[in-house]
Design a protein around this ligand. Structure first.
Ligand code: SF4
Length: 200
């Protein structure tokens, strides 16, 4: 059976956020999301049916046209799909398979890196939090900083912790994030560096 996924876009760029900031990476943005963040900047991704389907082989062939070593599966909410066939195919060709997810759905596939970015609009599952290598909270409102800390008990001990100002609110929340991280050195700051670099 040919496995395929709704693909909104796929492109080779530089990872702008979180632990792998600055690494070249191939992004596969899958369609479909039921989380509903008010500040979502990829609302076009929400309806999976709007996006053409690509088979695992087609996606793999596109990735192989680049020298990328890392493939980031994002969305939308990529965990709404069974990612095992895609992840298996990527890994069998030697790529690192990363995911960026809200954690609102069970995570499938033997991923090399799980970046879990929880959203207030649909809570992350405990089983998803337990798989996080990286926990990245987008701070839209000052209260989000305190909210982020409530998940610590469900995260693996070596999970890397990031607070990231939402782009349009950075002027208000960044000074608060700086103070918080200086007082709570387990956390780090993530910035959307791709926006400074003017790349996708
Ligand atoms: Fe948008 Fe991501 Fe929130 Fe879905 S989880 S609504 S794609 S920001």
């Amino acid at each position: 059976m040919v496995v395929s996924y709704p693909v909104m876009e796929h492109f080779y760029t530089i990872q702008g956020e979180g632990r792998y900031t600055g690494y070249p990476a191939y992004f596969i943005r899958l369609g479909g999301c039921d989380v509903g963040c008010v500040w979502c900047d990829v609302k076009d991704s929400w309806d999976a049916d709007k996006h053409p389907k690509m088979s695992v082989t087609e996606l793999l062939n596109e990735v192989k046209k680049t020298p990328s070593k890392i493939v980031v599966i994002t969305g939308g909410e990529p965990a709404m799909h069974d990612l095992s066939p895609l992840v298996d195919a990527l890994k069998s060709e030697g790529f690192r398979a990363h995911i960026e997810t809200s954690g609102a759905h069970p995570i499938s596939g033997q991923l090399d890196w799980v970046c879990l970015s929880p959203k207030k609009f649909k809570a992350p599952l405990k089983e998803a939090l337990a798989l996080a290598n990286e926990f990245k909270v987008v701070v839209f409102h000052p209260s989000d900083i305190e909210w982020a800390s409530k998940f610590l008990k469900d995260l693996p001990i070596h999970c890397e912790l990031f607070l990231q100002p939402e782009w349009s609110k950075a002027e208000i929340v960044l000074p608060l994030i700086i103070d918080f991280v200086k007082s709570n050195p387990n956390w780090k700051i993530s910035l959307q560096t791709h926006k400074f670099l003017n790349i996708p």
